[in-house]
Design a protein around this ligand. Structure first.
Ligand code: ADP
Ligand code: ASP
Ligand code: MG
Length: 439
């Protein structure tokens, strides 16, 4: 068995969906389980619609029209997703009456993007003589915790999914992105979560491989929107892929690799628009002939939190006090830099930050600096590259890049730098030129 995941861009129009059909046909002998996202742009439309409804202006028309256009393009019955549209209509009315929007209701609304796209893809595959069955992951047993908008699966999700999918006839077309908590509330795995769904399903069915079909020929040496000459990386290790996703490479959801690691399932990133391109293979280990630096990732919107504590610094327990506070409020820390008198950490969200700052203010002076970007040079053998730090700092100093914080350890697979937010792209381009001179 294999899993084939198609992202929103691969399902953007009839032409791309026809490619998806031929790709699925070409792999029927490998018993594919297909996981699909919503068509590109639909999740954004649903979330915007929910926000407008809670502000008193429910308007399903743009979504209705988009669905009608897609159904017509695929030659499917105009009424195919009427039930889903009706449910959405009711939800929008409910939001209007309540006048408020919770993460739970956002997830319930957002889940309809995947429900409607998968229902259509299954119907279209059947029309093209591929036996296919529409499967809603939440009904198929993908149970999660109740962290709405960023849920993670519970251990029983895997057995549930395996048992459910074993009974499905033909190719299962499973909704990405969504699950359900133990109380029956719909949850989502976070934006781009269908990648994560793909490896969750892969682990559940014991897949030989998970293919993630997108609109680029694999993971590239940098975000192609920042560095147009970035080129595909043939192989990555699980660690490298996780780190670069975590540090901002949007091509896969940060948690995608976790379920794959547990069973050593290879994950391949492939291009729907160029299916013959080799793409990127993500595996447990990489041969030493690979380039020491695999990729440069970046993210904006970074907050630097500085904690200065004359009283406690240097005492055992200070670090754990700091990290306990972040953990208690569920705030994920990216970079950590320490000195004799202070600790600096970087985070990428304001969610929970105020509570952390409030708590840490009891042990020291805490300041938060906004307006930063984080750049990560990722590669399992980054530490082997002699003169890496020299090359990095020489290149950045040549463009007068202010560096706000640095983190680099002997056993680490990445070097992280914090720079002013409006110079993040410039830093990525500069480092790409210095570290991939042949590109
Ligand atoms: P999908 O709809 O298939 O899930 P996404 O838009 O979520 O696709 O992810 C693919 C996009 O990720 C690419 O089009 C590219 O712009 C972006 N991206 C960012 N960093 C990288 C990178 N290092 N390698 C490849 N793509 C990247
Ligand atoms: N449709 C969801 C999103 O736009 C999930 C995904 O595309 O993977 O975030
Ligand atoms: Mg995606």
């Amino acid at each position: 068995m294999i899993v084939m995941k198609f992202g929103g861009t691969s399902l953007g129009d009839r032409e791309r969906i026809d490619t998806v059909v031929s790709l699925v046909k070409s792999r029927l002998a490998r018993q594919p389980v297909v996981v699909c996202s919503a068509h590109s742009g639909v999740t954004d439309m649903l979330l915007a619609g929910a926000r407008a409804a809670a502000k008193g202006q429910p308007d399903l028309e743009p979504i209705r029209q988009r669905e009608a256009k897609m159904l017509a393009a695929l030659g499917l019955a105009a009424t195919l997703v009427d039930d889903e549209l009706k449910r959405l209509e009711q939800m929008f009315q409910g939001l209007r009456l309540l006048g408020e929007l919770t993460p739970r209701s956002l997830d319930a609304v957002a889940s309809f993007g995947e429900r409607m796209s998968c229902k259509k893809i299954a119907a279209y595959l059947k029309k093209r003589r591929v036996p296919a069955t529409y499967v809603q992951a939440d009904e198929a047993g993908l149970v999660t915790n109740s962290r709405f908008t960023r849920a993670t699966p519970l251990p029983e999700a895997y057995d549930n999914l395996r048992a459910y999918l074993a009974k499905v006839k033909g190719v299962p077309i499973v909704t990405g992105f969504i699950g359900r908590d133990v109380d029956g509330n719909v949850t989502t795995l976070g934006r781009s979560g269908s990648d994560y769904s793909a490896t969750i399903v892969g682990k559940a069915v014991g897949a030989k491989e998970v293919e993630i079909w997108t609109d680029v020929s694999g993971v590239l040496t940098a975000d192609p929107r920042i560095v147009p000459e970035a080129r595909p990386v043939p192989t990555l290790t699980y660690t490298e892929a996780s780190e670069l996703a975590y540090y901002g490479a949007k091509v896969i959801h940060p948690a995608t690799i976790h379920p794959a690691i547990e069973q050593g399932i290879p994950v391949r990133i492939l291009n729907t628009m160029d299916p013959k391109a080799p793409g990127t293979l993500i595996v447990p280990t990489r041969t030493t002939t690979g380039a020491p630096v695999a990729c440069i990732a970046s993210k904006r919107g970074i907050r630097l939190v500085n904690i200065v504590s004359g009283r406690m610094l240097g005492q055992s327990g200070f670090m754990s006090t700091v990290f306990d506070a972040f953990q208690r409020h569920d705030v994920v820390v990216d970079l950590v830099a320490t000195s004799e008198v202070s600790v600096t950490v970087s985070v990428d969200t304001d969610e929970g930050l105020e509570s952390v700052v409030g708590e840490l203010s009891q042990v020291g002076t805490v300041t938060v600096e906004r307006g930063n970007g984080l750049v990560a040079v990722v590669g399992e053998r980054v530490q082997d590259l002699s003169g890496l730090a020299h090359r990095v700092f020489e290149a950045l100093s040549a463009v007068k890049m202010p560096i706000r914080a640095i983190s680099y350890g002997g056993t680490k697979t990445n070097l992280q730098l914090v720079v002013p937010e409006d110079r993040t792209a410039d830093a990525v381009r500069t480092l790409h030129r210095a570290l991939f001179p042949e590109a």
